[in-house]
Design a protein around this ligand. Sequence first.
Ligand code: GDD
Ligand code: MN
Length: 364
Amino acid sequence: MSAIDVSIIIPTYHEAPNLRELLPRIVSILKQAGLAGQILVVDDDSRDGTDEVCAELATQHPIELLIRTEERGLSSAVVHGMQHAGGELLLVMDADLSHPPEKIPELIEALKSTDADFVIGSRYVEGGEVDKNWGLFRWLNSKVSTLLAWPLTSAKDPMAGFFAIRRERFESATFLDPVGYKIGLELMVKCGCKKVAEVPITFQDRLHGESKLTLREQLNYLRHLYRLYEYRLGVLARPLQFLMVGCSGIVIDLAFFTLLMRVLSFDPARAVAIWLAMSWNFCLNRRLTFSHARGENPFRQYVLFCLSCLVGALVNLSVSSGLFRYVEFFTDAELLAAVCGIVAGTTFNYVLSDRLVFRVTKPK
Ligand code: GDD
Ligand code: MN
């Protein structure tokens, strides 16, 4: 058993004035609650006096400052802090006083006394609130981000940066790969946290300075979500992406066909639309579905992809017409025969793409 009950991890970037106020408050709250705590400030070389504030307080309190000079980023700072933490329980919070330190004991208690494996200081459960100054845009932004993560977690506020987890559970994650701000979401998914408890909090706008949440971070969130879905889907991720790309190809095909019919006759319009859709599918599959093979020669891949589409089409045609002609059941069910052809053709196309077109030949 560790002598430290809880390690409080605070990622910071230019937060010296906020830390001066926050740290003593945390210390006294921990004392009142009878918790043996350790505070880890993970700063990305702000050089704004953070080191002085921490050094001053560290003479009397269990405060440790970890400065990173080689790396930047909220999520990786949190992971860094967690890896250095000595406590049984790990709690993460912002430095800007957005997260009420008074709620720390409640979060810890929920983790200790229930079977929850992740506890969130939540704005979106009964009793929780966001800052009154939040405009519609900020609120919508937060809600849409939350909605996009809904299939990944049942939590009402998975975007929160105020949360607690057992160290054991954190260490069980095999592969953490956070891009952006949503480290809590990353941990819930990758540490397999099934039971999430949420303690209501009022989220205050930051005391000093400005939020570091930029448009770039928002785009990072989309990348992050994409990776989390891939992770969650496991072996199904590739075939599902392939299917979705195929569906988008149908839209491209029909859209261009409609346009081209204004200037061309049926056959050439069909041919050009099919070729455009096939090229579209190639680009998306290369970029997304089989992104691991992006280092390979694209021309070779493109030619092979077109050939594999041709083979898929031939399989499609032979299966459907074979069924229609030789299997009695299908003589009255042409559409069903066509569907079987599509399934067989698509499967063939996928297998060829996976095994041949986007095979990785170069060693890494
Ligand atoms: N070490 C380090 N490195 N810390 C950082 C960095 C960085 O690159 N960027 C931000 N931080 C620290 C800030 O100093 C602050 O303590 C905390 O991370 C949150 O940053 P803010 O800039 O205050 O972010 P926010 O208020 O927009 O976002 C907060 O709310 C979101 C939900 O609305 C954070 O809690 C997010 O995690 C949360 O998703
Ligand atoms: Mn903030």
